[in-house]
Design a protein around this ligand. Sequence first.
Ligand code: UDP
Length: 464
Amino acid sequence: MAPAPHALVIPYPAQGHVIPLLELAHALVDRGFTVTFANSEFNHDRVVAAMSKKDGGAELLDRVRLVAVPDGMAPGEDRNNLVRLTVLMTEHMAPRVEELIRRSGDAEGGPITCMVADYNLGTWALDVARRTGIKSVAIWPASAAVLATLLSIQKLIEDNIIDAEDGSALRQEGTLQLSPDMPAMNTAHLAWNCIGNHDGQEALFRYLVDGVRAVEKCDFVLCNSFHGAEQATFARFPKIVPVGPLLTGERRGKAVGHFWMPEDHACMSWLEAQPARSVVYVAFGSFTMFDRRQFQELALGLELSGRPFLWVVRPDIVRGDVHDYPDGFLDRISAGGRGMVVAWSPQQRVLAHPSVACFVSHCGWNSTMEGVRNGVPFLAWPYFADQFVNQVYICDVWKVGLRAVADEAGVITKEHIAGRVEELMADADMRERAEGMKKVAHGSVKEGGSSHDNFDMFVEALKA
Ligand code: UDP
């Protein structure tokens, strides 16, 4: 008899990766797996601290076994330095993960039989799986289109679009399109080209090239997307298997991996008091940062829109850490109950709330999937790397959102923000298309849907 399935799930250590991978972990528990979830020590402590502040939070930790593995960085080091974090992780996490697998036979959950590793970890995790003789699958938590670009690096080099050594764009203002039916991308938005310094860029490029080699050895790579969202990409890259949209956060009462405590109570009861489809929800994910001018312009734009708004202002959202709101802004909005500002929201519950009318978003892939599966139109305001491709999907392919466009000085002005919100609110066709995408998204994860079938296939492959 095959041993009871026990999966080791390892996310890349960032908020936008931990949430969907923990959701995947719960989905595996639903299918009879024991799951050990290995966060970096730093993130493990944050997730556990956030959970223990929640009512009944401690019990929620029981379903999935959360374990901590050191990432090699000192406690106070800058974990937004992705290049350094990535290098250290390989050195420090690989031996600890190997030890975890080898010793798992003596532990309560029984021996670990398979690994689900975030693609972004690079090759080390899959190598450990091979060395320890367990099955492995990689999961890509962003769009299939971006993964397709990585899988096409060799072709991009041959077509003289990027440099073979460091991946830099060979043409200024270059765009690339892997096929006429896939979204066009700006070469400047390729992940490695978004790293500010040349050495970092080259290191990240090499790392990603290596990752591609590892994937060539996998049977398939799972992706948090769905067939109807990226049909053309899945047709051309059959190795990428969609199992999404993962229902992040819809599991009430189960750990979903927030690093900070979502401010459930206050903002959900504030939403309850708002009319149906009236609220502008504004959130820019876990690491987008603004300068002071843009932050103020956004505040004034929300005020000018005249609509109720719920705005997530993370403590570190403004460079320099000072939240310099426009004069009297907080008093004005709180006096009339016009708006609410929170440090972190239960976003998936917010987007599912009937009072929400539109989503001002940085277009991170999780936020994109969450907006789509709740049928909420977007004001698409990307900031970094793949978020620009996601904006193309939102605005040009699915047509469920409008672009936020900067003026000549590079500022998205208050007038523009208020005007775009108004356009979104008035556009019944846009709302209808968003509802249509929502249906397709839900259909794909229901029994008989394509993502559901793919999930079954992957579960069987891991159990075999
Ligand atoms: N999120 C949240 N509350 C917030 C802001 C974000 O729960 O106030 C969650 C959001 O639902 C998503 C994740 O954080 O699951 C952010 O991931 P995304 O890919 O959108 O952006 P990133 O943080 O990676 O830029």
